[in-house]
Design a protein around this ligand. Structure first.
Ligand code: FAD
Length: 286
């Protein structure tokens, strides 16, 4: 089923994002996480797409494993940086044959280990090129990434919003946000999008807080603010991982409740393949 339709048909719901495994142990962990979380009736589950060939193959394998494990809708992510049109074409062909109807269309990050990488030389430059390509291909309901605090490479939120508008105009049917920890960013962004005529669903992406140091690493590459209130809540537990996780999840649960209380219908969780953490949050907000 198309996610655009699922978001129209439902008044509320959650979705879960996973990442592909690299080892047999990781595969088993992912399988267990999918088994545990499918019971929460997610609207859909998605699988990220890694940089580089081997990891990209793993995305496909993991997506097919999802399809064995669950009848929930599964959406592969797809990045276009450095990709050729023919490689994307054959992947879409394969997905179509397997009955996949949704694609999260992304540019991907510029490789950090290749300082001479010239993005403009590729067959795709921006995510919107991929959106147009997938749209032309037909069949797929297309999701895109959006950034409540602006994308890290953009000069300003306003400039980013202009590009976001153009990307969505190419055929995106729903959007998932980058993580944020102050709901004001999401609400302001949502209003600005609506003000610019962006009317597709904009689903908040929720990163559970379990480890402040890891969170600092994540945000160092994505322009997300960690508010003082969050730091105050978890920093006293830097050397006590269990207490840190407890305090962090209290923050996340409050964040989710705040969004729902303000009219948000759907929440998308970056699960990091950790079912237990997600279960605690979903059970607390039900
Ligand atoms: P774009 O929309 O192309 O935007 C990238 C930058 O280019 C922005 O600064 C934008 O303002 C700018 N821009 C756009 N159009 C133009 C233009 N015409 N001229 C000048 N500048 C322009 N990465 C992965 O590798 N795999 C994943 O599975 C993955 N999943 C993600 C899921 C979510 C929910 C999110 C939020 C991000 C995800 N990412 C993933 C990260 C994403 O690939 C990076 O954030 C990447 O840097 C940008 O991707 P994009 O699709 O937003 O690119």
């Amino acid at each position: 089923m198309r996610i655009s339709q699922i978001l129209k048909d439902n008044k509320s719901g959650v979705s879960f994002e996973f990442f592909p495994y690299k080892t047999p142990k990781g595969k088993e962990q992912l399988r267990q996480a999918v088994r545990a979380l499918k019971n929460y009736n997610p609207l859909y589950m998605s699988m990220t797409y890694g940089a580089g060939g081997a990891s990209q193959e793993m995305t496909k394998e993991a997506v097919y494993m999802f399809m064995e494990e669950t009848d929930r809708v599964v959406m592969p992510h797809l990045t276009c940086i450095g990709a050729t049109k023919s490689s994307i074409d054959s992947l879409l062909d394969e997905y179509k044959t397997k009955g996949i109807e949704n694609i999260m269309a992304l540019r991907g990050d510029i490789p950090r280990d290749a300082p001479d990488f010239d993005i403009t030389k590729g067959e795709f430059v921006h995510a919107r090129d991929l959106v147009s390509f997938v749209k032309q291909y037909g069949n797929f309901s297309i999701g895109v990434a959006v950034y409540p605090e602006g994308h890290i490479e953009s000069a300003s939120l306003e400039a980013d919003l202009d590009y976001t508008r153009r990307k969505i105009d190419c055929g995106a049917e729903f959007a998932v946000t980058q993580m944020f920890f102050d709901n004001t960013f999401y609400h302001n962004f949502y209003e600005k999008c609506r003000g610019r005529g962006i009317n597709i669903p904009i689903v908040p992406g929720i990163m559970p807080v379990t480890d402040l140091n890891k969170l600092r690493q994540f945000v160092s590459i994505c322009r997300t603010t960690i508010p003082e209130s969050l730091i105050k809540q978890v920093e006293p537990f830097l050397n006590k991982p269990q207490e840190m996780e407890k305090a962090g999840l209290e923050f996340t649960i409050k964040q989710c409740r705040g969004l729902l209380a303000n009219g948000v219908k759907f929440l998308h969780f970056f699960t990091l393949n950790k079912a237990e953490v997600i279960k605690k949050i979903v059970e607390a907000i039900r």
